[in-house]
Write a protein that binds this ligand. Sequence first.
Ligand code: HEM
Ligand code: HEM
Length: 244
Amino acid sequence: MNAVAIVYAALLYASAALLVVGVALKIRTWARTPAPLKIPTTPAPRTQGGVALRLGREVVFFESLFRASKWTWLFGWMFHAALFVVLLRHVRYFQQPVWEPIVMVQAVGAYAGFAMVAGLAGLWARRWLVDRVRYISTPSDHLHLLLLLAIGASGLAMRFFAHTDIVAVKAFTLGLLRFDLQPLPLDVPLLVHLGLVAVLMAIFPISKLMHAPGLFFSPTRNQADNAREQRHVSAWAARLEQRP
Ligand code: HEM
Ligand code: HEM
């Protein structure tokens, strides 16, 4: 067993724990936060089914971003869709035998990494080139894009230029899942890739990346426009009303 494997295993366990516990705690807070007012972005669906459909379109197509800015939509959607395919491809490192759909994604998504990096590059260029976006961009905005770009670039470097022993990588990741530590290949792109992935997981719950679960808890998106049919009373107000 190499010492690097032990350090990386500790790093990945710790960051994965921060990710899971952090996201769960945030979601618990959001789920308990009352929404005292009806504030769906109108025109809004009038039924819960309609709300689910609109949320679905928002998640899959980024519908409201499309209406707001075509360029941001193009690069943003490209990045997110490619990220989804890249992550699906990565599932093969965490299961044995590998599910058939995951096997199929390998060939279909072989170049998704390039689309991910291209989308990120476009989003980053926007933060420098569009005056009013540059004005409101914080170091955190830039660092998020840089972090994801570096993860993508190190992944692509491994895939196309400086190959790593992916059989050994898979033994390492399966070992993590089974609490049976295995050696890690000592290749720089791999160590950079995994180190940055650990950073990504650790900061996720305290960063703007929480927009992913946050969307589902946004009253402007998850409320039906039915205030005329049904009086809206938030949970705490309902409890107050029940008091004698
Ligand atoms: C339910 C899943 C997700 C949805 C619906 C979603 C949607 C969006 C939307 C609509 C934007 C706004 C683009 C803009 O107006 O500037 C955005 C930005 C962003 N998303 Fe997501 N996202 C999701 C998951 C993720 C995940 C898992 C990551 C990364 C791990 C991610 C990383 C980012 C980043 C870095 C930005 C900022 C881009 C910039 O600075 O220009 N998203 N996302
Ligand atoms: C513990 C988790 C992860 C492990 C073990 C891992 C490992 C790897 C390995 C070994 C490769 C090279 C593939 C090859 O040579 O065929 C790779 C590629 C890549 N990784 Fe990761 N990675 C992880 C997480 C992530 C995450 C979270 C992202 C995105 C935010 C990411 C993005 C990429 C990209 C874009 C590529 C290149 C394109 C591709 O192979 O699909 N990786 N990764």
